[in-house]
Design a protein around this ligand. Structure first.
Ligand code: PRX
Length: 659
């Protein structure tokens, strides 16, 4: 059984195409990470006995009841730390309030308009308890799902941890998603409560979160209450529908000084559901559970970022995505680390906002995405140069392959050529970092995510599943790891088919990778119909469904094309229904339509109108041809695509390659 139609049909061709397109190889130079306190024996120890390694790490969690078995593995169903009981909010908050860390900053928050707030672990403890009490009052119980649709404000973290305290799995929906995307996610997990804000600040404007939430919940009968944070002081303009809608601050006032006993939850109790794009039009609700996920995020945060108590760690991700879940909230807080959290855009009010934040708070670790790094390069060195960035001692990259030029620029211009750079590969499904250098222990090569984290067995295999010692192939994971998603919410069959059927007994990542002579891994990008636009995953099918829902569109095909800053951009090929005229106006209308349907991140960069879509004899869309057209490799004047003879001519050259 093939994981994805495209990967299967293209077979090894998909990998060759990626290798051909790969401009990241070879590396321009090598850097040895600056030594810092690593654990020299960690790789060998973990290799000798991975389960013992993870068990050793699990000792760093606070348990309410000890577990009995480290791992039960019945492919593909994993249970980690079986029989144990614990609570994630206790591990991220309570236990630190019993030490000197009580008055240590947990979250240093910077609002986009320039307001700021520091929350100690003690503050976080009070607010998490208050909000947990509020949720209880609204009827939330162990097992109920709670949806969260907010910007990057501290209340988001409080809400997540309050849910974890009650054993109510949260599903955080990125604040840039449309009402329809929010509605689909709420409906899929049947959430009882929605937590949102009146609005959020973005590039000086207000994102109408409550308006979007109102539109979404009209079709969500499971929602009993909508809790609203007053963030943009728009209180008078936001209609509140009593008794459904309640203000966050009123609930908090009513729950002053409340203490809520944390639930003693099973190791495998669902902690959260996070939706991510796949190869169909319907996003997948990846389910993460408690103990393994916490163990994985805590351990990787500690070793990959070399987290120490005096670090000021700045992860620029949005908590609407998995990076924010694992490396702003659960991993760092479980370690008692201080995290900087920023609400807004990196170019507001100036193009040096991040550097301003690094300088203001003396950040020591910065974790960001290649897209952002490439934008900084484009904006010019004068922005970072205006700032004293000498506090930085470690830089991280995540979300997409980083080209060596960006890697080198990052290290030279942000890290003053002295900081290690950790390029971390992982996915929503993996829960935590799986391929990465460890500072002080691993020699880096710019553009390579280097080698698997201790205890992780990754391999590059060919179509038949044979290991490829040197060269390109599919990236698979051969052993279970603690933070792995346990299933797709409500759809275990899809979980099995998607990840565990392509190569029996192994997890198929959907990524192509190349292994070099030193055993280093170079990620090449997706081999399925998933795009990675500016580090965000979008399914081609989702965009195609959005396009064909427009009355003028008869058929649509979407491909990813190389984009200098975003890594990939979306190109859409549309055939119009009779009576509709192609042109700039139609293209703008369709771009607007997709943005409204899914969210602005899915807005196509280019729309091509074609008389027909090029298909193989077996009716598969010739995506390779479309990519070549989209990137201008095939024809100069694309307006001629609307002429049926043009495509027919170029298609014949491709038929052999793709058929
Ligand atoms: O293609 C890989 C790419 O991002 C995908 C996972 O996307 P998502 O689940 O949204 O999680 C992003 C944050 C972890 C992967 O299948 N990817 C992620 N990190 C890297 C990467 N590609 C290359 N290098 C990376 N460091």
């Amino acid at each position: 059984m093939a994981t994805t139609p495209d990967a299967a049909s293209q077979g090894q061709g998909a990998i060759s195409a990626l290798l051909q397109e790969d401009r990241r190889y070879p590396p321009s130079s090598e850097f040895t990470a600056q030594a810092n306190a690593g654990d020299a024996g960690i790789y060998e120890r973990a290799k000798a006995d991975p389960e013992a390694f993870w068990a050793e790490q699990a000792q760093n969690l606070d348990w309410m009841e000890p577990y009995k078995t480290v791992l039960e593995w019945d492919v593909p169903w994993a249970k980690w730390f079986v029989g144990g009981k614990l609570n994630a909010s206790v591990n991220c908050v309570d236990r630190h309030t019993k030490t000197w860390r009580k008055n240590k900053a947990a979250i240093i928050w910077e609002g986009e308009p320039g307001d700021s707030r520091v929350m100690t672990f003690g503050d976080l403890y009070r607010e998490v308890n208050q909000f947990a009490a509020a949720l209880q009052k609204l009827g939330v119980k162990n097992g109920d799902r709670v949806a969260i649709y907010m910007g990057m404000i501290p209340e988001l973290v409080v809400a997540m941890l309050a849910c974890a305290r009650l054993g109510a799995p949260h599903t955080v929906v990125f604040g840039g998603f449309s009402p329809e995307s929010l509605r689909d996610r709420i409906q899929d997990c049947e959430a009882k409560i929605l937590i949102t804000a009146d609005g959020g600040w973005r590039r000086g404007g207000k994102v109408p979160l409550k308006d979007n939430a109102d539109k979404a919940v009209v079709e969500c009968p499971t929602i009993q209450h909508v809790v609203v944070v007053n963030r943009t002081d728009d209180a008078r303009h936001v209609p509140m529908h009593a008794p459904r809608d309640v203000w966050w601050h009123r609930l908090m006032d009513d729950a002053k000084h409340a203490i809520v006993e944390p639930e003693a939850l099973d190791s495998e109790h669902p902690l959260y559901i996070l939706y991510t794009s796949g190869t169909t039009g319907k996003p997948k609700g990846m389910l993460h559970t408690t103990a393994g996920y916490l163990c994985g995020t805590m351990t990787t945060s500690k070793y990959v970022f070399d987290l120490k108590d005096d670090d000021v760690y700045f992860c620029t991700a949005d908590i609407g995505w998995v990076t924010g879940h694992s490396y702003i909230v659960y991993g760092p807080l479980a370690n008692g680390a201080t995290c900087v959290m920023y609400e807004g855009s990196p170019d507001y009010p100036d193009k040096d906002r991040f550097w301003d934040i690094v300088e203001k708070y003396r950040c020591t670790i910065l974790y960001t995405a290649p897209t952002a790094i490439r934008s900084f390069m484009r904006w010019g060195n004068e922005f970072p140069e205006k700032h004293d960035l000498s506090s930085l001692r470690l830089l991280g990259s995540v979300g997409e392959p980083i080209n060596p030029e960006a890697w080198v620029w990052y290290r030279e211009h942000i890290g003053a050529d002295r900081t290690p750079v950790v390029d971390t590969w992982w996915q929503t499904e993996t829960g935590h970092i799986l391929i990465t250098p460890l500072p002080g222990l691993t020699t880096a090569k710019p553009g390579s995510a280097t080698i698997p984290f201790p205890g992780i067995e990754a391999d590059v295999v060919d179509e038949q599943g044979n290991s490829v010692p040197v060269g390109g192939g599919y990236l698979v994971l051969k052993k279970p790891w603690p933070g792995m998603a346990r299933t797709i919410w409500g759809d275990p069959d899809r979980y099995v088919n998607q990840y565990w059927s392509r190569f029996e007994g192994w997890y198929f990542t959907g990524d192509g990778a190349k292994r070099d002579e030193d055993g280093y891994l170079w990620l090449l990008g997706r081999v399925d119909d998933v795009l990675n636009v500016a580090g965000h995953r979008i399914g081609t099918m989702e965009v195609e469904s959005a396009l064909v829902s427009h009355p003028s569109v008869a058929e649509a095909a979407v491909v990813g094309i190389t984009h200098e800053i975003k890594g990939q951009a979306i190109a859409a090929f549309c055939t119009l229904r009779a009576g509709n005229r192609p042109g700039d106006e139609a293209a703008d209308e369709l771009k607007r339509h997709v943005a409204a349907k899914i969210g602005p991140i899915a807005r196509p960069d280019k729309i091509f109108f074609t008389a027909e879509l090029p298909k193989t004899r077996s009716a598969k869309i010739m995506r390779r041809l479309l990519r070549d057209i989209g990137e201008g490799r095939v024809i100069g004047d694309t307006t001629t695509l609307a002429d049926p003879t043009v495509l027919a001519e170029i298609r014949s050259q491709y038929e052999e390659k793709e058929g």
